[in-house]
Design a protein around this ligand. Structure first.
Ligand code: SAM
Length: 518
């Protein structure tokens, strides 16, 4: 196809021509060049004319297989799917839909055949399709009637009970047709209290992708604060309808404003915790669509920011009963190796360092590689200080630079004691100490210097204490501006050592990067 622009008399004619190209399957990039329009224009045009945001108008798809090949359930807190998954009727057609590997893992881990799963942000019905394939009952609602129409098409396929995935050998497997309907996630009054076995949903993120053509009640049009306010209604309804002791999995990502991250993920976790939920797991879902070329990549180098390459999948639990305080507390002894730190670095080119928000290093030199990346990227080749918490109240400090009087460009705080299991009281102490130290040392950091806090989630009595979120909630000083939330993990984790099938192994840590403003 030629790349020449075509001249039409009216915009209507251009739009008709674009829609015909879409039906023929012409890629968006070619349409853009030929008609001189942007990707956003094409997206808006389809949403306006079809009432939903879909990438293709090419009609129905053929089913090649009913289940993914060589599927293995995830065992750690870092989930990464190189292919999005196209078994059964799944496809990437509905913009912003989630990979079917996510609901598949959640459904298999937290429900048994015949149980009832709820997805109140149904979209194209990915969760509903998975429920049908796995022998679970499903109720799915969406605010957009066109999305429900599409989801109904997607769940309309034949499957026999012997073709269902056999994860619970003792159970009688049956095929259940999902119940799909138009509805609002904030009002689940058609469901009784304590009636749902599992919630598995993927909300629209505050004003990022629009799912409808400006329909009232579509949460995808709300800005951050309103979005969180409306989601608190969803969280309260979730808590009401879920059975005690059962789980609610929600996928959410961060966003960026003025080259700084907005921690939407942690903010939404707070909303669900405020509704009464406990955090059973905090999974990191890696995203593989970050290119190392193009506009965003070039700008990320120019302005020293990273490409967002992860989302959060908090798995909440509605507690059965409150845990008595007496069994929570246990003081913990520490025994650990103190990580070594680099010599003062030369100013490095940013394009030689990690470029996204997920950093993966080999186990053998994990700590060294992590330190090097932090110091090279955030110390500007000047003096920096490191503080290492070797226990909740004991730490080592080190200055690396020319003279002790010099202002530093980076304060790097590490907390390796968190690798050992710890207690609620140690955690509270650690957070208090951390806050004091930061307040004390902040005046020594140069304007436009950085504070970097390395921390990790810990599991106490079966629930996750999300420490990166706790630190973030705590550091609300005016002169600290959150720049990045980075996830760090090791390459090639040996899964044979995982001996608790009930819980995921925590295999990631966080680097919270703050820019210091004076
Ligand atoms: C991220 S998409 C869900 C995609 C879905 N997981 C899939 O795989 O197709 C979010 C969905 O929320 C829907 N939505 C927006 N506001 C809603 C509301 N108040 N109640 C229910 N659904 C809503 C949008 O129409 C959109 O389909």
């Amino acid at each position: 196809m030629s790349n020449q622009k075509v001249n039409f008399k009216t915009e209507k004619e251009v739009q008709q021509a674009i829609l015909q190209e879409k039906v023929r399957g012409t890629p968006d990039i070619e349409i853009g060049q030929k008609y001189g329009v942007t990707f956003r224009y094409i997206e808006r045009l389809i949403t306006q004319t079809h009432g939903l945001n879909i990438s293709t108008l090419m009609g129905s798809k053929k089913i090649k297989s009913l289940h993914p090949k060589d599927f293995k359930e995830e065992q750690t807190t870092v989930w990464s799917f190189k292919q999005r998954g196209n078994w059964a009727t799944h496809s990437g057609e509905y913009r912003g839909n989630w990979s079917p590997y996510i609901p598949r893992n959640v459904i298999l881990k937290y429900s048994t055949p015949g149980e009832l799963v709820l997805d109140y942000f149904c979209g194209a019905g990915t969760t509903a399709v998975e429920c049908k394939l796995l022998g679970r009952k499903c109720i799915a609602v969406d605010i957009n009637d066109k999305a429900i129409e599409l989801a109904k098409k997607n769940v309309d396929f034949k499957i026999e009970s012997q073709q269902l995935t056999f994860d619970h050998k003792e159970s009688q497997l049956e095929v259940y047709e999902p119940e799909l309907k138009v509805g609002d996630a904030r009002d689940l009054s058609f469901l009784e209290d304590n009636s749902i076995d599992l919630i598995c949903a993927h909300p629209p993120y505050a004003n990022i992708i629009h799912y409808t053509d400006s329909r009232e009640d579509d949460l995808s049009f709300l800005d951050l604060d309103d979005f969180l306010k409306e989601m608190s209604k969803v969280a309260r309804e979730s808590f009401r309808v879920l059975k005690p002791g059962r789980q609610c999995a929600i996928l959410i990502g961060d966003t960026r404003r003025k080259k700084h991250v907005i921690p939407l993920g942690f903010q939404l976790i707070n909303v669900y915790l405020d509704a009464g939920f406990k955090l059973r797991e905090l999974v990191i879902k890696r995203q593989h669509n970050c290119k190392t070329t193009g506009f965003w990549y070039e700008n990320s180098i120019k302005y020293n920011f990273l490409l967002l390459a992860h989302e959060y999948l908090p798995i909440f639990e509605k507690p059965r009963a409150t845990i008595p305080l007496s069994i929570r507390e246990r003081e913990v002894e520490y025994d650990l190796a103190i990580p070594t730190l680099e010599k003062p670095p030369l100013k490095k080119r940013l394009d030689q360092l990690e470029t996204t928000t997920v950093w993966i290093f080999p186990a053998k030199d994990f700590e060294e590689r992590l330190n090097k990346n932090v110091i090279d990227r955030y110390s500007n080749g000047k003096g920096y200080s490191t503080i290492i918490f070797i226990s909740h109240n004991n730490r080592e400090s080190k200055f690396t630079g020319r003279g002790e009087k010099e202002k530093i460009s980076l304060l790097f705080i590490k907390s390796p004691f968190l690798n050992n299991s710890t207690s609620y009281s140690n955690i509270e102490n650690y957070l208090k100490e951390l806050k004091n130290i930061i307040a004390q040392k902040l005046p020594n950091i140069d304007k436009d210097g950085f504070l970097v806090v390395q921390t990790q989630d810990v599991r106490i009595n079966g629930y996750i204490e999300p420490l990166a979120k706790r630190v973030l909630d705590m550091l609300t000083l005016d002169n600290l501006w959150l720049k990045e939330i980075i996830v760090v993990t090791q390459e090639g984790i040996n899964l044979n050592f995982i001996n608790s099938p009930e819980y995921l192994k925590i295999t990631h840590q966080y680097l919270l990067i703050y820019e210091v403003r004076k």
